[in-house]
Design a protein around this ligand. Structure first.
Ligand SMILES: [Mg+2]
Length: 367
C-alpha cells in the first residue's frame, strides 16, 4: 500500500464542562486530526497532544511542526505491507511520540479498512465490550465532587478516578470514601508530589484505593520504586512509561504494579500492544488512559482496550461527557452495565462526520 496524500486539520471543540488537573484548567480542546489517503480509502488518526506542554513536552503546536516538517514528508509516497513497518519510515527524531502516534494510528485504521476488518480485530483484541471508568477533574469543592460522582455512577460507570494535588487530596479521599464505601476509587496526581510527601501518601493506604497514578516526577522511576516499597496502595505509572523498555525498567525495580497505556504517549498501536503483551506475561494489569479525545481518538482507544490484558476499567467514556456534538457517528455511548461495545465494522467502526469537522476546522495542510 502506498500513502498518496496526508491531510492535517486542527479543530477546536469546546468541552461540555471545564477539566482541571494539577497542570491547569482546559475549557476548549484544540485537536489535531490526521487523514491518510490511499487506494480510495481514508485512515483517520488523532494527535493527543494538549494545548500546552504540561503533561509532557508536546503540545498541539509542536506536533503540527513535527508532522509538517519531518513525519508527513517522510511517509508520503512510501509503500508498506503492514502498519508495523510505519515507524521505520520516520526520521530519527527523539521523542514526540504523540505526533508520531497520530500518523501511526491512522495507518492502522486505514490498513484495517483495506483488510475489511475491525481495527480491534487487526490488533488482536478479543473483548466484545470494554469496562468504562471516568476521570473527574478537580472540582470547586467537596460537595460538587460528591454530586458529580453520584451522577457518573447513575450513568453506569464502574470506577471513578479523581484528580488530586497538594492541599487538595486527603480530605477529598476521606469524603468520597465515607459517602461511597464500596466504590472502585483511584486517584491521579500527575506528578504533583515528591518523596518528602511520604507520610501523606502513606495515609492514603487507609482508604482502599485501587491505585495512585503517577504520584512523583514524570521521569523518576527510582523514587517511585522507593515509594512503592513503603506504601500499600498500588502505584500506576502513566507519564513515566513511553515504551516497552520503560515498562521493563519500571517492573524490574518494582516502581509500579499497574500501567496506564495511552496511545499518544507511547507512540501508537504497535508500541501500546508491546507494553500490553509484556505486562500480560507478567500479570501486570493495564488500562487505557484518556487525553480528552474527540470521537476519532476515543475510537482508537476502544479498539486498543479490546486486548485481553485491559482488565481494569479505562478512562474511555461516552462522547456526551465531553462534547455537545462529537465528530463521529453514532456518538460513543455506554451501556447500562457501564461498558462500551467494541464495534465490529471495518476500521474504527464509526462514521467520521466530515461536515462537523469542517465547521470546527481552524487550519489545515496537505502533503
Ligand atoms: Mg494520569
Amino acid at each position: 500500500m502506498k500513502i498518496e496524500k496526508i491531510e492535517l486539520k486542527e479543530i477546536s471543540m469546546p468541552l461540555v464542562s471545564p477539566f482541571e488537573t494539577s497542570f491547569g484548567r482546559t475549557t476548549l480542546r484544540r485537536i489535531l486530526l490526521v487523514k491518510l489517503f490511499s487506494d480510495g480509502l481514508i485512515g483517520y488518526g488523532e494527535c493527543t497532544a494538549p494545548e500546552h506542554p504540561f503533561y509532557n513536552h508536546e503540545s498541539i503546536d509542536t506536533a503540527w511542526l513535527m508532522i509538517s516538517e519531518y513525519l508527513a514528508p517522510s511517509l508520503i509516497g512510501k509503500t508498506f505491507s503492514h502498519p508495523k513497518e510505519v515507524s521505520r519510515f520516520f526520521p530519527q527524531i527523539r521523542g514526540h511520540n504523540m505526533a508520531k502516534a497520530a500518523l501511526e494510528t491512522a495507518v492502522w485504521e486505514f490498513y484495517a479498512k483495506a483488510q475489511n476488518i475491525a481495527l480491534s480485530k487487526l490488533l488482536g483484541g478479543m473483548l466484545k465490550e470494554i469496562p468504562c471508568g471516568v476521570s473527574i477533574g478537580i472540582q470547586e469543592n467537596i460537595a460538587s465532587l460528591l454530586k458529580k460522582i453520584e451522577k457518573e455512577l447513575l450513568e453506569g460507570y464502574r470506577r471513578i478516578k479523581i484528580k488530586i494535588k497538594p492541599n487538595h487530596d486527603i480530605d477529598l479521599i476521606k469524603a468520597v470514601r465515607k459517602e461511597f464505601p464500596k466504590l472502585q476509587l483511584m486517584v491521579d496526581a500527575n506528578s504533583a508530589y515528591t518523596l518528602s510527601d511520604l507520610q501523606l501518601l502513606k495515609s492514603f493506604d487507609d482508604y482502599n484505593l485501587m491505585m495512585i497514578e503517577q504520584p512523583l516526577e514524570h521521569d523518576d522511576m527510582i523514587d517511585h520504586s522507593e515509594l512503592q516499597e513503603k506504601i500499600n496502595t498500588p502505584i500506576c505509572l502513566d507519564e513515566s512509561i513511553l515504551s516497552v523498555d520503560d515498562a521493563r525498567r519500571a517492573l524490574s525495580i518494582e516502581a509500579c504494579k499497574i500501567i496506564n497505556i495511552k496511545l499518544g504517549r507511547v507512540g501508537g498501536h504497535l508500541s501500546a500492544r508491546r507494553i500490553h503483551d509484556y505486562s500480560l506475561a507478567r500479570n501486570i494489569p493495564v488500562w487505557c488512559g484518556g487525553m480528552l479525545e474527540s470521537g476519532i481518538g476515543r475510537a482508537h482507544n476502544i479498539a486498543l482496550s479490546s486486548l485481553i490484558g485491559f482488565v481494569l476499567p479505562g478512562d474511555v467514556s461516552a462522547s456526551s461527557r465531553y462534547w455537545h456534538q462529537d465528530i463521529v457517528e453514532p456518538e460513543i455511548k455506554i451501556t447500562s452495565k457501564g461498558t462500551i461495545i467494541v464495534p465490529t465494522t471495518p476500521g474504527l467502526g464509526f462514521e467520521v462526520n466530515e461536515k462537523r469537522i469542517n465547521e470546527l476546522t481552524q487550519r489545515s495542510k496537505r502533503f
